[in-house]
Write a protein that binds this ligand. Sequence first.
Ligand SMILES: [Zn+2]
Length: 388
Amino acid sequence: MELSCIYCSNESFEQGRGSEEHAILSSLGGRKTSKNVCCVGCNNRLGKEIDEDMSESLSFFSTMLDITTGRRKRAPTQKLFGEHEGKKFDILAGGKIKFSKSNVDINEQDEGAEISISANSEEEALKILSEVLKKYGKSIDDFKDLEAKSVRSYIPRVSGCIQIGGEKQFRSVAKMALTYLATFVSPDRLRLPEFQSIIGYINKEGVENSFVSFTTEEPPSEVEPISEINHRLIVSSCDSSKRVVAILEIYGNIRFFITLTEDWSGPSTSKAYTIDPVTQESREIEVSDAENILCLSHENGADQEALRTAVGNIIESFQQRQMSEEISKLVNKAVANHISGKYESITNKMISSLASEVALEFIRMIHRIDTEEVIDLKKLNKPNQSDK
Ligand SMILES: [Zn+2]
C-alpha cells in the first residue's frame, strides 16, 4: 500500500518504508518508532523546527543521566553550567564536572610565584602544573622540596536554566503522541479528516493550541513505572466519546495531556509504552481501563507550581543517585586505606578506623566542607610507576 506523508502530502512511500519517527524522542532515550507517518524531509524539518527545542531544554537531564540516542550519540556537555570559587565548570555526560581550561592563577612575588590550580583530580592538577612550569623552563623534578597542598572542595549546587513549555515543545509533544498512535492503528486511519486539526497544529507555527497542556493527572495505575525517571506514553481511543487522548510523562514527573481528535470513528483501544531512558528497559501493555484520562479536559492543566515541583523531583532523584555513587566511592577509598591487602584478618580496630573515616568524609560531603592535605609531589610525579 502506498502512503502519503501526513505532514506535506506531496511525498509518498510504501507502507513501512517511510522515515523513522520516534514515539518518544530518541534524544530523550526513546526507542519505539513508526515508519508509517511521514517522509524524510518532514521528519528532518520538524526535527529542527520543534523537536530540537524539546531535547535542548531537557538536555540537562539527558546529560546528568548519561542518555544516549538510538545512534549511540551521547548527551551534550553542558557548557559553563556552574561556578565554584570563581572558576567556571562544564557538566559532562554522566554528571561529571569539568573545570574549564583557564583555571591557573599565577601570583608572581619577589622571591617566587604562587601557583594555584583548580582541577578535577590530583593527576590532572599535576599535569597542568608541569605545563605551567615548562613555560618557566622548569620541571616538577626541579622542585623536590616544594611545598604543595591539595585542597579538595565539594562542588556546590549547580545553577542552570531549564525551560519547559512553549509552542515548539507542545507541538513536539503532540507529534510524539500521534506517532505512538501510528504504531498500533492502521495507517489509513491517521489520514482520515479526524486527524487534520492535530496534524495542522504539529505542522505549522502559529496554529492556536487546543491540543496540549500540562497535567498533574497520573497515568492509569496498570501502567506501572519501571523507574522513578522513566518515560510513559499512554494513548487511548474511545468509540463512545469519539475521543483519542494521551498522557505523556517525561522523566517520571513532567506530564502532558494531549487531545489527538474528538471525531474518532474507530474502536476503543488503549496502549501504553514505558521506557527507562538509562537502562533502556521498556514495556508495552494494553490498558484495560483508561477512563480517568479519557474524561480529562485541558482546563485541568497543571499550573506553574506543579511544573516546578515536577522539575524539582527529577533533580532530587538524580541527586540521590549521585549521592549513592559518592558514598560508594568514599567507602571504597576508606576500605582501601584501612583494610585491603594489608592484613589477613580484619580487626576491630580496623573496623572502627574505617567507620570513623567514612563518617567524617560523609559529614564533609553533606556540609560541603573543604579538606586540605599536604601532597607529596615526588610520589605524585610518577603516577604510572607507582601503579606497578
Ligand atoms: Zn512530508
